[in-house]
Every structure is written in C-alpha cells, then in structure tokens.
Design a protein around this ligand. Structure first.
Ligand code: ADP
Ligand code: ZN
Ligand code: ZN
Length: 761
C-alpha cells in the first residue's frame, strides 16, 4: 500500500504531500479532506500515490475520504494536466473552476466536511394506464371527461400526445405508449389535475432519478432537408476519415441546430455521451427547451444560474452514469465527468465568451473541447455562421474537416442591409439626436405593419462620460483609470470596471459653476429617445442592468417573443441565437465604435457581431431589413457585411494578420503585472522584460500601459510575447515558468502579481 499521496488543493499552489492512514484505501482522482496550515481544512484531489517520504519534519495525514468513488477519471486528470500546462496555471487553479464549489468545501474545523453529500435529484413522471389498450375505452373516458372535467380532459390529451403525437388519429395505440414516461416538468397541466387522473387510474405516476438508461432509444426527429442531410453526411465522413474536429459553417437559420440534433440522437442511441457547449446560458433558455422537447429528461443543463447544490448533484450523477447523457452547458461544462463522451459540439464557436478572462486558468473552452476530444477519443463539431479566423484557417487548410450550409431554411431570406451615413444625414438636417431619418422612417413603417424592431447599441447605461463644458472636468472612477457611466434611472455614475457608484453631482465639482453634460450614448439613452419619437410603442431594454435575475431576463424575452413589446433595445445580449418570428427590422445605432476598436481582432469581431445582429431580422417574415448607422460608410468591413461576404472578410483580415504577425500566424502570451506601488511596479516590469528580452529578443513587446492602467486602486503594466506558431510553445512556457520563479525570488518583487493570459482574446 502506498504511504504518501500528492494532493491538489484549490489554491494557486503546487501539490502537497500527505500521509495515507493505514486503514484508508484511496485511489488516484479521489477527493479527500486534509488539514493545511494551522487551522484550515480543505478538499483535495489525490493526484499521485507513492512511498517517498517528503523532506519535512512532520507529514500530516489525510483526514477523511470524501465520496465513495473517485471524482476524476485518469483521462480527466490528463486533461487537467494539459490545461494547467498550456494556460500556465496550477492544478489547484484548474480545480477551482472545474468542480462546483460545494464539492470542495474548506472550513475551519473538520466538522465542516461531515456528510455534505448530495441526494440525487428525483423527478416525477406520468404514463398512460395500460387499461387503455382497448381503444374504445379510451374514447369513452375522453368523451366523459370532455363534458364533465375539461381540465382533466386537456391534461390526459397532453400526456397521450406527448407519448405518441399521432395517437388520436390512428385506430390503434402503439404498445410503446404505455411504457413512455413523460417528465412532469414538460407538461403544462397542473399537478392536482394530473394527480386526479392518477387517482382514477387513468395515469400512473412514478418518481426516480432522471433516466440514464443505455442502449437503443428512438427520438422523434424533424426530417432534414436534402442540404442539411448532405452536411450531416459530410460531417460523419470527415470524422470517419480521422478528422478530430469539423467546422459546420452555416448562415443564420440554415438549420445548424437541426443537424446537431440528428448527430446527438445518433450518439445517444448508441449509449454515448454528448456535450453541447453554448456561449452564455441566459441566452440559451430557448435552445435548452428545444432540446428537451426532443430528448426529454436526458438533457442536463449546466450553467452559473443553477444553484450550487444542483451543480454538485449534476456532477455526481454524471459521474455515476453509464452513458447516454446529454449536457447543454457553458464553458465550465468541459470539466464534467462524461465517461462515455463521443461528441462535443461547440455552438457559435467564434463567441468570445468561451474564453475565461479571470481568474486563472484563462482557458478558451472551444480550444479545450478540441483537446478534450483528443484525450477522450471523441469528436468535436464547431458550428458558426461566422467562424473565428483560427478555426476557418484550420478548416480550409485541411487540419479540420469543413461542411457548409448556404441557404436559410424554408421561406426565410437573408435581410437586406442598408448603410446610413450619419455625417451626411447631419449635413442635410436629417439627424435627430442619435437617429438618422432613414432609421426613424423604417421603424415607423415596421410598427405600422405590426412588425417588431430590434435596436443594437454596444454600450449600456445612459451616457459613457460626463463632462463640464466650462472647465473640462470629467467624472472618473477614484480607483480605476476610466470615466464613469451615467445611469439615468438610478441617477448615479457607475464604474463598469469595479462597480463603484456615486450620485450624479448637480454642479461641476471642480469649477462649481455649470451643469454637467452627459456625452455619448448607451442603451438607456436610446430607450428614452425612442419613446420620445414613438410615444405609443411598447419599448423594452435588454442589457446587464435590466437583467437583474433569470426571471427578469425571461420576462423581457417572453414579452418580446409574444409581441407584448414592439421594440427591444439592447447590447450584445440581443444578438445571440434568439428566434423571434416577428422581427422585420434591426437597427445598429453606431457601428463606428465597433469598427474603430484598436484591437487586432476588431474587424473580425465587428463583422461577426453585425452579421449576428442582422441575422435576427426576417427569420421567417418575408425579407427583413437592417440599418447600420456609421460615419465611415466606405469601410471595407461594411462592404463585406452588405455582401454577406465572410470569405472576403477572412482573406483580407488574414492577410493583415500575417503581415503584422498576429494570430493565427503567431501565438500570444500576455503578462500583466499588478501592484499598488507604481514605482516598484515600473522597476519590476523593466527588470522582468529585460530578462525575457534576453531570451526572446524582439518577440517580446513592452512594458506598456494597458488601455485601463488602474483598476480597484492597483496599477497595471503589460507585456506581450508573440511566438511563431511553428515554434515550440511548450519550450517557451518552460522558460517563462523558470523566469517567473527567479523573478519572485527577488525579495521586493515577492508580492507583485503576474497574471498570465495565453491566447488572449
Ligand atoms: P441555425 O441553428 O443555423 O440558426 P436553426 O436550426 O435554428 O438554424 O433553424 C432555423 C429555423 O428553421 C428553426 O426554427 C428550425 O426549427 C427551422 N428548421 C430548420 N431546419 C428544419 C427542418 N429540417 N425541419 C423543420 N424545421 C427546420
Ligand atoms: Zn472603478
Ligand atoms: Zn467645471
């Protein structure tokens, strides 16, 4: 029996060695409770077992074994190791993002660890009594209920059609109908009504854990169009030929999701697991519902809005599952224990929210999915209308497979895109506040036809900066080097970096003479103006300030979906996968701040974002319209958007990237040094950059001030390393690690934090 265990703790620290008590049987991947420091107890993961006594005075014993089986498989451990190495973090930091927080308690005493196990979630199901095998009896009962108990009649019908959609039109009921359990969750009938039917023995109720059954299962799938079928076959062919990843490039509403559904069904019916990654969960409620209508209780949602208990239950349930699970989740779901994983789908693979910004590990879930697929001998499908240039280059270069969908499903046509010049409108007196006459006319026309409108502005709040016209004073955050945004509804100035807020002053605090003027505009201002132009329109706003909870979010979305509102004003939030039938007009109020961003990805992002916003128009209505307001109508990216010319955009952007040695032609590792003392920080940055420059030469850039160089009272200095894509990134990471250690060994630099961002976005 091994005597010692190296254990990963949820800290930015290396593994620590503990003694395994004689009576305890532990395996690699098991969770254990250990004492660390004088008073503190942590959950740790057993990483290695061996019999080398560490070179310290006393080796503490493991306190307790948690859970009856390992939390991580060998392959998951391999995945964590790859991730920690690639993104230059510790395994402990990976543990922090990978496991739900309730599963890794830390406490001041051992008692904090006692039996906080999670009872598996149970669900209620209803199924039709087999006494209805005689069709006449069913008709009799239905007749009776229809006259005497209409609500029970509706409920019974709902269960029957959920189990077999054509049941009422056919003379015989399929025997399977009496074995089909319908989750209560998917029925709209009220529980007392269902219980009444149960009492009459028309329905049976059962309660158990959501099924994880294996083997042959049939799902009712919509049939694919010939084009979609071709794409599906192409994807399977590429997988068979050994491609680990395939790009499905399909314009909005071409039926990418339908293709996913068919691929998912195939894997599930073989007993395999599927992971569908989606950008941000608030935006995917619709998608989850769509999946549940087909795959029922096999769908496991996983996102940050779930309670921690739910997330822990989910982890443990999947860990016990024998296959056939289907997870729909955000980026952290790449860490779930899917032991029979056969397919990972990354929807909207270009979406920046797949990259974790903070804290470490700053991982990109799409890239991790491709690696995970390799480790788990699974496959990855990347779907997008406007793929990231990295993925597109991989697909056109033959490293990934490539399948396409070039037509919208059904009657849907791509919207017509109109560019509206703001300067010209102003010269002609056709600019009214933030609206050109053209956009106002189009809104009026759409409203008078009873159609809906979406307006996009990528800034929230009322006004992004507040200025004194007399002395030039501007409102800035006291802790961050940024201007404060005026939020009119609350009457406060808010910092979008640290959340600090203060009341809007009546007079300029500096010269105390004049009133302050809000400059620029955000969603809140647009909402106010639109109500002035169209006083009878029903207007709603969707942005981080309006969405205070999941419920608030759903209310806004449902009101718009059911046409209780006419105009929806919003930020990025309105751009993702919504399927609203009534929208015929989309307005982009200010394309300039998308196009003129200094980031090297600005044009790519502007294209992706505007195409995605545009895709919301006319999904089913005949021919939607998009109006883009800009002062730079000749910008090549706008031309490419009008033509829907993804390839043109990709080729011209890639040319620039190659010329200036940006990704995908190089790999970037960004460093940010952080400390309160600016003098010390400057010295340290010069020192570290000198060391790195000795090794990397001109590949190192900086030190430089980032656009926002002070956040929450701490100063920031950046550095950037650009490495040739062909060069050994692993070797570079080794060197960097070594240099970081030497740097932190210098006494005065000990508390300077270095944040490392591999492949920053
Ligand atoms: P994408 O994911 O490419 O944006 P979707 O799969 O959401 O496209 O399809 C757009 C709309 O068209 C959806 O409402 C979908 O139900 C419908 N649709 C697409 N393909 C089919 C099909 N083969 N049969 C029935 N409806 C379809
Ligand atoms: Zn701030
Ligand atoms: Zn002033």
């Amino acid at each position: 029996m091994p005597l010692y265990a190296d254990i990963v703790l949820p800290l930015a620290q290396p593994e620590y060695t503990f003694a395994v008590p004689e009576e305890m049987t532990v395996e690699k991947g098991c969770a254990v409770a250990v004492q660390f420091g004088r008073q503190k107890f942590y959950t740790g993961i057993v990483w290695r077992l061996h019999d080398r006594r560490p070179d310290v005075k006393t080796v503490k014993p493991i306190q307790a074994l948690l859970y009856e089986r390992p939390l991580l498989s060998e392959r998951q451990m391999q995945f964590w190791e790859w991730l920690a190495d690639y993104y230059m973090s510790t395994l402990g930091e990976v543990m922090r993002v990978a496991l739900p927080s309730l599963m890794k308690p830390s406490a001041d005493s051992r008692s904090g660890f006692e039996e906080e196990l999670f009872r598996p979630r149970r669900e209620l199901y209803f199924l039709l009594s087999s006494s209805f095998a005689e069709r006449e009896r069913l008709d009799e009962v239905l007749d009776h209920l229809e006259r005497r108990a209409p609500r029970q009649y509706d409920a019974l019908l709902e269960v029957i059609t959920a189990a077999q959609p054509d049941a009422l039109n056919s003379d015989t009921l399929s025997p399977q109908i009496f074995a089909t359990e319908i989750p209560r969750r998917l029925l709209t009938a009220e529980l007392p009504v269902l219980r009444a039917l149960e009492k009459k023995e028309y329905l049976l109720a059962v309660e158990h854990e959501p099924s994880t059954e294996q083997g042959e299962v049939r799902f009712r799938l919509p049939s694919l169009t010939p084009h979609q079928e071709e794409a599906r076959e192409e994807i399977l062919r590429q997988f068979d030929e050994g491609k680990a990843a395939v790009l499905l490039q399909g314009i909005t509403s071409s039926g990418k999701t339908e293709v996913y559904i068919h691929l998912i069904a195939e894997v599930l019916s073989r007993g395999g697991d599927v992971l569908l990654l989606v950008p941000e969960i608030a935006l995917t409620a619709q998608l989850i519902e769509r999946m549940e209508r087909i795959f029922g209780s096999r769908v496991t949602p996983y996102h940050s809005k779930l309670s921690d208990v739910k997330r822990s239950e989910t982890y443990l349930r999947l860990n016990r599952s024998r296959g056939g699970s289907f997870v729909v989740g955000v980026r952290s779901s790449v860490f779930l224990p899917l032991h029979h994983l056969q397919l990972i789908i990354v929807d909207e693979e270009h979406d920046p929210s797949y990259k974790q910004a903070d804290p470490a590990p700053r991982y990109q879930a799409r890239d991790c999915a491709v690696m995970a697929a390799r480790i788990f001998s699974s496959k990855t499908l990347l779907g997008s209308a406007t793929p990231s240039l990295e993925t597109w280059l991989n697909a056109t270069g033959g490293k990934y497979g490539h399948a396409r969908l070039t037509e919208r499903y059904g009657q849907g046509r791509l919207p017509q895109i109109l560019i509206s010049d703001t300067l010209r409108a102003a010269r002609r007196g056709e600019r009214h506040s933030h609206f050109n006459q053209l956009l106002l006319d189009k809104i009026e026309a759409a409203l008078s036809r009873g159609e809906q409108v979406m307006l996009f502005q990528n800034r929230r709040g009322f006004s992004p900066f507040v200025e004194c016209t007399e002395c030039g004073w501007t409102a800035r955050c006291k802790d961050c080097n940024v201007s404060l945004t005026y939020h009119k509804a609350s009457g406060r100035l808010v910092c979008h970096y640290c959340g600090h807020s203060e009341p809007m002053p009546h007079k300029c605090p500096s010269c105390k003479v004049t009133d302050l003027v809000p400059m620029g505009f955000g969603t809140e201002k647009i909402e106010e103006e639109i109500l002035r132009f169209f006083p009878t329109a029903r207007v709603a706003r969707l942005d981080r300030d309006a969405v205070t909870s999941e419920r608030a979010f759903n209310t806004i979305i449902n009101d718009f979906a059911e046409h209780r509102t006419d105009i929806l004003v919003g930020t990025q939030m309105i751009t993702k996968g919504f399927d609203f039938d009534g929208v015929s007009l989309v307005g982009i109020l200010n394309a300039d701040n998308l196009l003129s961003n200094p980031d090297f990805r600005a044009s790519e992002r502007a294209f992706q974002l505007m195409m995605q916003v545009a895709g919301r128009a006319g999904r089913r209505a005949a021919g939607g319209e998009v109006v883009i307001q800009t002062s730079d109508p000749r910008n090549p990216v706008l031309r490419q958007i009008i033509g829907g010319d993804y390839e043109g955009m990709a080729l011209s952007q890639l040319k620039e990237r190659e010329e200036f040695f940006y990704p995908p032609y190089s790999r970037i590792i960004a460093f940010t040094l952080r400390h309160r003392d600016i003098q010390l920080l400057r010295r340290a940055a010069v020192d570290l950059s000198g060391r790195l420059r000795k090794i990397f030469g001109r590949r190192l850039m900086g030190p430089m001030s980032p656009p926002v160089d002070r956040i929450r009272g701490e100063y920031l200095i950046g550095m950037l390393l650009k490495i040739e894509s062909g060069a050994s990134a692993r070797r570079a990471r080794e060197i960097i690690r070594h240099e970081m250690q030497r740097f932190h060994a210098v006494g005065e630099y000990k508390y300077i934090e270095i944040l490392i961002n591999v492949d920053p976005q």
